[in-house]
Design a protein around this ligand. Structure first.
Ligand code: NB4
Ligand code: NI
Length: 184
């Protein structure tokens, strides 16, 4: 079971590395990693389990965050009334197209690998077309918008050594384009 001690923090080189593409079929170890990453998200979103194991809540977790430099990330985005907006382990994900429209979470972003709070808007694409493989090697091409699109972009950044605060304007962290959407 993945716990906070297994998640590496800002300053460790793996978080700034370009992760390697995954080849299929996945090894038993890689399948286990995918399962463990998704289980972390499920556990972290269950208040009782999260409290018991001191898990910080997460809607995404990328392999480099557990010190594995592979292009793999678990995503579990809950919506209103027990709905799931997006759930999958995305392997070798690529944004094949995106909106010109920008969007940012109103509360800014946090990262399980970044202990300090870095306030500011992280402006990303509001809509993306995402191509990825699932753990069984099936190819998916899906359209995402708003919250799930933001989460996937945060995770894909991890696979390329980018952290959310890289996108925050140092001098004017809460300045954005008038046209950018704010997601509650
Ligand atoms: C990834 C997210 C940061 C911004 C937005 C949000 C949380 C993370 C990081 C975009 C992606 C993890 C991976 C939350 C959270 C809302 C949903 C459901 C019930 C609590 C949970 C709290 F925990 N970010 N944390 N940060 N990361 N929303 N929610 N709620 O997930 O570093 O790279 O359980
Ligand atoms: Ni993160």
């Amino acid at each position: 079971m993945i716990k906070m001690k297994d998640i590496i923090r800002d300053g460790k080189p793996t978080l700034r590395a370009e992760a390697a593409k995954v080849t299929f079929p996945l090894t038993a170890e890689q399948k286990k990693l995918a399962e463990d990453m998704m289980l972390y998200l499920e556990n972290s979103q269950d208040p009782k389990i999260a409290e018991k194991y001191h898990l910080r809540a997460g809607v995404g977790l990328a392999a480099p965050q557990v010190d594995v430099s592979l292009q793999m990330a678990a995503v579990l985005v809950p919506g209103p009334d027990n709905e799931i907006l997006f759930k999958d382990v995305i392997v070798n994900p690529v944004i094949v197209s995106h909106s010109v429209q920008g969007a940012a979470l109103s509360e800014g972003e946090g990262c399980l690998s970044v202990d300090k709070d870095v306030p500011g808007y992280v402006v990303r694409h509001d809509r993306i077309t995402l191509r990825y493989d699932d753990v069984d090697g099936n190819e998916h091409k899906i359209r995402l918008k708003n919250y799930p699109a933001i989460v996937c972009q945060h995770e894909i950044d991890h696979l390329h050594g980018i952290l959310f605060y890289d996108h925050i304007d140092k001098k004017e962290p809460f300045t954005m384009d008038d046209s950018d959407l704010i997601i509650e």
